[in-house]
Design a protein around this ligand. Structure first.
Ligand SMILES: *Cc1c(COP(=O)(O)O)cnc(C)c1O
Length: 297
């Protein structure tokens, strides 16, 4: 996808060239990186003759939204195992409603079953309930996903010194590390707390120059505060580009904060990846309204 220059005052003051790769424009609903992650997985599912795809997510999951759309487009049946059995008796939210419209079978389970979803006992249960389905981990991260995400970077992108991405399960970052040019550094901005990511990314990659910036998760996954919401709204005003509050907003906030601190050498060329996630803004705004916080414009 194309790279858009980002003219924020902080970047100009520190003499940084910052571009945003508009992977959010790959699809109107599906997060760009989720689409990339599914590409080779769906090819595998078809080539191996699986009956469909079974995967996992919470009620607002970008991965669930992406899987529903991509499977529908590919003509592959899919099951979404959704955290929270109480949701079955409530009206579906935007994410789940759209997934069902794309013919995803929604299978609601208790939080305990969800937590144990990849244990041998539970995997046996999925295989018994949905025989012949290919089980894709939460977030869609596996080696085929990494292969797809390595294609985010184009040959022309080799001119950048630093590539930045938001991090959830680490699959997207692993792909960027694999796809990065010689001498390029990949910086990941985790959207959640936790030390497991370093190991996971090391496991999925074969080397490379990379680092995790762990100061901008805002208290955890899907947690936000007023300064993050304000940043997202100002960024939209100044650049015309919407960011999501769970991933790309935190990454961009982190890049701006690092720039302000003088973390980057002058004239550093930075490519940030807009991975998408905009389908989740509506759900977040409903939450913000209840908390009497400003809304994302
Ligand atoms: C899932 C997601 C990420 C994180 O991707 P991982 O491969 O799980 O690290 C980043 N941005 C958006 C918009 C996402 O939906």
């Amino acid at each position: 996808m194309h790279n858009q220059p980002i003219h924020l005052e902080v970047f100009q003051r520190h003499d940084l060239k910052v571009f945003l790769k508009r992977e959010d424009q790959i699809h109107p609903v599906v997060s760009g990186n989720k689409y990339r992650k599914l590409k080779y997985n769906l090819q595998h599912v078809k080539a191996q003759g699986y009956k469909g795809v079974l995967t996992f997510g919470g009620a607002f999951s970008n991965h669930i939204a992406a899987t529903a759309f991509a499977c529908n487009e590919a003509g592959v049946p899919c099951v979404g195992v959704i955290r929270g059995e109480e949701l079955e008796r409530q009206p579906l939210n935007e994410t789940l409603g759209r997934a069902r419209d794309q013919h995803m079978i929604l299978h609601f389970v208790s939080r305990e079953d969800y937590r144990n979803k990849m244990t041998p006992e539970m995997i046996a249960r999925w295989e018994e309930t949905f025989p012949g389905y290919y089980v894709l981990p939460e977030g869609g991260t596996n080696t085929l996903a990494v292969k797809g995400c390595a294609e985010i970077l184009d040959p022309e992108d080799a001119a950048f010194d630093v590539v930045c991405t938001a991090v959830g399960t680490g699959g997207t970052m692993a792909g960027l590390i694999e796809g990065a040019a010689e001498g390029q550094k990949v910086l990941g901005f985790p959207a959640l707390k936790g030390d497991f990511l370093k190991h996971e990314i090391a496991r999925l990659t074969t080397g490379g120059d990379w680092d995790l910036i762990t100061d901008y998760h805002f208290g955890g996954y899907a947690k936000v505060d007023r300064s993050l919401i304000d940043f997202i709204n100002i960024f939209k005003q100044k650049t015309g580009i919407p960011l999501d509050p769970v991933y790309t907003g935190k990454m961009m906030y982190g890049i701006a904060a690092l720039a302000e601190k003088g973390y980057f050498e002058p004239e550093t060329r930075i490519l940030a990846i807009h991975t998408g996630g905009l389908q989740g803004v509506k759900g977040m705004n409903e939450f913000l309204k209840r908390k009497k916080l400003p809304l994302i414009q």
